[in-house]
Structure formats: structure tokens, C-alpha cells
Design a protein around this ligand. Sequence first.
Ligand SMILES: Nc1ncnc2c1ncn2[C@@H]1O[C@H](COP(=O)(O)OP(=O)(O)OP(=O)(O)O)[C@@H](O)[C@H]1O
Ligand SMILES: [Mg+2]
Length: 367
Amino acid sequence: MTKVTKNNKSQENPFNPSFGEMPHSFLGREDIIENIRVAFENNLNDPYRTVLFSGMRGIGKTIILEKIAEISLEFGFVSVNITAGNSMVNDLFDQLFERTQHILSKKRKIKSFSIKQFSIEFFNDDETLGFRTRLERVLSKLNDLDIGLLITIDEIYKTAPGLPDIIIAYQHYKRERRKIALMLAGLPKNVSDILSDSEETKNFTFLRRAERVILKNIDIAEIEQLYFSFFNESGKKLSSEDAQFMAEATKGYPFMIQLVGFYVWRTSHHIVSTIDINEGIAKAKERLGVLVFAASLNDISEKDLSFLKAMAAFELPVATSDIQAKMGVSHGYVQQYRLRLLETEMIYSPSYGKLDFSIPYLKEYLL
Ligand SMILES: Nc1ncnc2c1ncn2[C@@H]1O[C@H](COP(=O)(O)OP(=O)(O)OP(=O)(O)O)[C@@H](O)[C@H]1O
Ligand SMILES: [Mg+2]
């Protein structure tokens, strides 16, 4: 038998700086989760049955979808969790069949060897049928057993193949008062594209009435509390001042919570020293650059990038007029890029005519 020893450096690091992986330390989001629980619990028409999440990279979109999928199980839903892309519709059916088999076998007390045969008969799927009919056949059988269906779609963008089919079908099922829920998540620009008026988005008008949640940073006090308890309870002595210092270094950005925690944990022994903390934070910033900034800056144009670089040269927040002067461009030009970048939520306007970066340490990275 293995004995769990405290004060042991080999103890598993409780922080996980990986995209899309549920952390041991899920913080914040209480309001959203409460609203969603209520929606699952009792009301088919509750607006939180259909939610559109947006937020910048590393803010926790994938994780919140995962959390909601977990919660939905408690309320008797099957959840199908897909990522927008070419194989979206196939993925949806594959998961649907796989996940319902388990539930059905429990409900009907079927022996494991005959589940596959049973579910083939149960679903009676026919790939030649249209999407809406095909899904409806499964959905109605699930609903007959009082099982709901939650579909989550991550990384949405307006031209994702199959997305219009899913949205149209969903809208139809809602009208029929089916036990169903839909949660979507995407980068701010992609979500605003989906909601904008155009030929490509004509099938998405329904989503304009969906509940919208813009994911924000986590409260610093909560992060401080987390660091203090996680470190001390695992035999790594951390003072409350140092926990606060580390929490402030994350600026509340979820990915940075994991990065700072992970690297300070890895660097330190029984007593977490100032040197460990500084080293851990430095390493966290470096990883943030590689994993987040490089990807985010890849998404934008050269001109957007020169705007951001001009911004980074100033004390923040900076006046738009200062950026214009530095870049030596027209008022119209600067306004156009300002709007485009505001849409990406990489920057925001803290007060009239001023701009600042939303992602911590992006300024330093750009210099
Ligand atoms: N509520 C939270 N509390 C603590 N850590 C979180 C929370 N939400 C997300 N994280 C952590 O932040 C990191 C990024 O989360 P996630 O992968 O969900 O981001 P994302 O918004 O989907 O990013 P991307 O746009 O790049 O896909 C992960 O390491 C995750 O563990
Ligand atoms: Mg994600």
C-alpha cells in the first residue's frame, strides 16, 4: 500500500496549466453556474437553456462548457460535447450513441453484451435522413425516458460546416418543448461575427435572443485564498502576504492562475521563499508568451499588430490620439483598428478615449 506523505516534494502538483483540462481548482463563475442549474432543474423556457459564451484565449471557455456538461448529468441529461469543425455532425452522433448506451443500460437493466444490439435497435439511426429528423428520432426516445440532451459546441465560428443545421434543428425542438439545452463558446470576434447580420448568418438569428455570457477574469481574493490553502495544506509553507502577491501576479486571468500556481509549486520545497515565487512567476510569464500570445497574435493582421505595438510603448491606459500621433496615420485609420481590436477583446476601453490591454503581460511581450 502506498502511504501519502505530506511535506513530500513528489506530491502531485495540483495546478494544471493545460488548455481545456479541468483544474483541481475551479474558481468563480458561481452566478453562471447557479443560473444554469436553475435552468436544468425546472424550466424548459428558461433563457439559460441556450447560452452563448465568449471570451479571450485562456479565459476558461472550454472549462465552463465541461463544467456545465458535468452538472447536466445531475439533472438527467446526456451531454454531447463537440468542437466546431468539419466532423462536427459525425462527432455529435458518435458521442450521442456512445453516451446514451451507458444510460440506457442502467435504465433498462440490460446485460452488457447485448447493449450494442439493443441500442442499434433503439436508435434505429438512418444516415440518409436529414439532420433534424435524424436527431429528432433519438431525442424523442430519450425524452420519453425523461432523459434530456445537452449539446455543447466549443470554438464556434460562423462558417463551421453543419452549424446552421444544428441551430435550426435546436430551434425547432425548443418550439416542440423538448428537453434539450445548447451551450456554445467562442472567441469574441467569432461570436460577434455569428451574431452580425449577413447572408452567412441568416440561420443564426435565433441565437441573438440567446443568453450571452462574456467570461471575465477571476476575483483576486479568491485566487489568494486558493494559493494559501493549496500550498499550506500540502505542507508547503506560504505566508498570506506571499499568497496575495502571487494572486496579484495572475491579474485574475484563469490560465495565469494555473501557470503561477504550477511553477511556484514546482520550484518550491517545504517553505515557499521569495526567490521561489519570483522564479515561478517569471517562468509563468514566459509560458504565457509561448502558449497564449504567440497564438493570439497569429490571429490578427500585421496592421492590428502594429497598432498593439504602438499602444505597448505608452504608459497605460493610453489615449487613442497618442497612438494616432505615434503611428502617423489618420483619425479614420486609427478608429478602424481600434474598433477591430476592441472586438477581439485583447484590448478594452477603461474610460472615454482611452485604451488598455485585457490580457495581462501582453504589453511587456510586445515591447
Ligand atoms: N474558473 C477557473 N478557475 C481556475 N482555472 C481555470 C478556470 N477556468 C479556466 N481555468 C484554467 O485556465 C486555462 C485555460 O482554460 P480553457 O482551456 O477553458 O480556456 P479557453 O477560453 O477555452 O481558451 P482557448 O480560447 O485558447 O480555447 C486552463 O489551464 C484551465 O485549467
Ligand atoms: Mg478552449
